[in-house]
Write a protein that binds this ligand. Sequence first.
Ligand SMILES: Cc1cc2nc3c(=O)[nH]c(=O)nc-3n(C[C@H](O)[C@H](O)[C@H](O)COP(=O)(O)O)c2cc1C
Length: 432
Amino acid sequence: MLKSILASTRWKTISKAYSSAITTIAMEQQPVTKQKLSGYDFFRSIGSPKHIVAPMVDQSEHAWRILSRRYNSHLCFTPMFHARLFSDPDNGHKYRQEQWSTDNEDRPLVVQFCANDPQILLRAAKLVENDCDAVDLNLGCPQHIARKGKYGSYLQDEWDLIKEMVSLLHRELAIPVTVKIRVFPTLERTLEYAKMIEAAGAQMLTVHGRLREQKGHNTGLADWDKIKAVKEALKIPVIANGNILYYEDVQRCLEHTGCDGVMSAEGNLYNPAIFTPRDMPPAVWEMAQEYLDICKTNPTRVSVMKAHLFKLLQPSLPVHTDLRTELAKAGSLDTLVSIVDRLKERLQKDQEDIGEEELNGASDENGIRKYGHWRCQPYFRPTLPSDHGKAKGEQRKREKEEALKAQPVPTLDENDHVDKKQRQNDEETACC
Ligand SMILES: Cc1cc2nc3c(=O)[nH]c(=O)nc-3n(C[C@H](O)[C@H](O)[C@H](O)COP(=O)(O)O)c2cc1C
């Protein structure tokens, strides 16, 4: 870096001192092609990042990356972009305008695509190769939409296609290609898979230690042992992903897996300062206000900002349900700012009234830390009971019937609706 700054400063001095003829010649010269780095040379060139913000559809957007980088995130991934839509000759510019934004400060950066056609993937990757440090192929998305579109984890048995996509990018792109995968049920298959991807030309591999089937209520734990085995089997840098709830988990994961870095998605969304060591996590309003401030100068879709606020403010919304309802209805940045300002006043009072003597982050028997509802903290998805909620559903039905008899007004209030919608969103996007 220093070298290139010195070099460019020197060149500026020379070009000032000499005649305009020389300047013209210099301008006509082709830019020197940067040497394409591989494996650890590439990894070191981007600062050997240990703390990595995951690719997250509609959530690892430019404004969020700015916030996360302020809190010790060393490398960020963009949300997954759809390679065909991104590079469509007729409408691609609209998609890109809506989804993709960056600037010189937004580095190091990996742009992620989903794709199932090597040429289309290359066409999309070429559009970003000057604005990022690597292009990543998503082989992890387990959602219904990925099954329909035949991408993400639904390609994990199509090894020839994967090889073709990775090797084409490796050959034709000026920057490295990287890949993000989920694991297979057996270690043998997982290792074979990871080695195949490395041999095809991937220069870094992120391993999300969950199976394709682990999503929604069935998310469960990521398997760090499988990640460790992949790390030991490969020569390229390997990034571990899954089970990062608190700052302390980062170090535990690095030690357990031996990986080069740790990636966080949900942990980062609920606490963008997750990679920062501190006594207590930040107050939810602090992060929300800082994020919205960034959005003032980095235009962000309202739906994206709202999704962030629902997660950031999650611990406090069940307490201040009227603001949750307002948040669900909000349609502008100004309204969001006003909601957060009012919530802040109330939460500061709650904090004063309740105090933090007991809510000091001590772990319970399940390792869940107790914080006041004004502090950023992870969200724990409720697990389904063994009857898949049937008994509870029937009980709720009976209660509803009773309530209707007593008072003929709808019992499903707006907040139920908000929660339901939010839960649906969470389940759709979580663990892509
Ligand atoms: C809101 C959301 C959006 C996601 N979008 C993507 C995505 O675009 N690409 C991808 O590879 N994974 C995506 N994922 C999965 C995460 O990158 C990550 O692999 C997964 O959540 C496990 O990490 P975690 O335990 O830290 O949450 C998404 C996850 C969430 C919660």
